[in-house]
Design a protein around this ligand. Sequence first.
Ligand code: MYA
Ligand code: JJ1
Length: 388
Amino acid sequence: EHKFWESQPVGQFKDVGDSSLPEGPIEQPTPLSEVKQEPYNLPELYEWTLCDMDSDEVCNEVYLLLMNNYVEDDDNLFRFNYTKEFLRWGLRPPGFYQNWHIGVRVKASKKLVAFITGIPVKMSVRGEVVRMAEVNFLCVHKKLRSKRLAPVMIKEVTRRIHLENIWQAAYTAGVLLPTPVATCQYWHRTLNPKKLIDIGFSRLGDRMTMSRTIKLYRLPTSTATPGLRKMELQDVLSVTRLLQNYLSRFVVAPTFDEDEVEHWLLPQENVVESYVVESPETHRITDFFSFYALPSSILNNPSYSTLKAAYSFYNVSTRTPLIQLFQDALVIAKQKDYDVFNALDVMDNEPLMKDLKFGQGDGQLYYYLYNYRLREALKPSELGLVLL
Ligand code: MYA
Ligand code: JJ1
């Protein structure tokens, strides 16, 4: 039963498989004057707050709320620990709305106890470009769970998005809700086997010793692709063209202009890393890969506190085989001391995983659209979208 989600314009479980329903928006936009002008009511003890991520103080409050209360794995061994620099990057892309960075405070103490965000994106869905929000970082303090605060927060972010005349959204979650547009799998490539086993992230395989495991996951110390280098500002136009062309192949994918590529892909130490292949002959950019840095706190371990994880972001190959690009990404992640390299089975990733010694994770990631129906669920390989 989903009392809240059943009241929302999303694909409903009862309609799965009903191909008589049309594709596209579920509800039509209403005139902006008819959008509720005042915030939704919170329980008496709480108040809305805008979170200015430019303020070190506020950014730190958000950081601490998420560090202590955000997403954990199924066995509660790890919790995402987004850094402050990462949160600033993820929440302030070109054209972002301050108003979509929404917090909830306790009136009396001003303590920040809940958070939800949106950022704007132009999403292509079957070739049609739709203005959407990406909603992320929904978090309610552990002590305030199951009090139906999340539906109020979702309605409030929806209202503020509507006020910008945007009527669709994309979001992902580790939980099954009505109704996914795709169900994706996490895959993990071990870089630091000993640590991963020590902290319970992975296990020694049957008939495997530690030294055989270390040898199994050993990587070359240098990259294989001639002309591979860190992406620079001067590469933005070439990368934008490569990415636009590549993403146009997918059923659902964002469209990035140059400003967005600069924001999302220009390297920022310990936040996002991007490498391009510049052809030694023509000096043209033929390929690139990128990954972002999302550490997790290791809960209750005496010897380690942080898991250093790299997440595959956007990759495009036109000359270099994708498998070689990915392998070079692994080599660089290893050089930068990441413990594990994670990827979803979206875009063209899946076929490479086995050869590159990725193993399937125990976590799924469901992708959703708000107020946009697709006739049937997509395969992960039809998705060209990675959220943070
Ligand atoms: S996904 C990451 C979500 N965060 C976490 O998992 C962190 C740890 N958990 C928590 O902080 C809480 O458990 C949360 C729920 C806050 C998740 N997405 O208040 P409640 C529904 C959507 O009593 P709590 C991310 O950030 C649940 O099915 N709905 O529950 C993307 C139930 O509804 P129904 C969720 O546990 C977020 C209701 O909430 C999720 O205290 C996208 C219960 O509320 C979830 N992850 O709090 C949000 N989890 O009765 C949607 C539970 O119907 C955006 N629920 O089953 C939609 C687009 C909006 C914009 C539209 C613009 C046009
Ligand atoms: O990280 C995840 N799983 C790991 C750790 C599992 C620990 C026990 N539960 C995992 N490890 C196995 C790796 C192994 C390496 C050698 C080869 C074989 C495999 O499977 C999972 C993803 O798999 N992560 C989570 O569960 C975190 C939550 C994921 C949902 C995120 C939702 C966020 C949405 C925000 O937009």
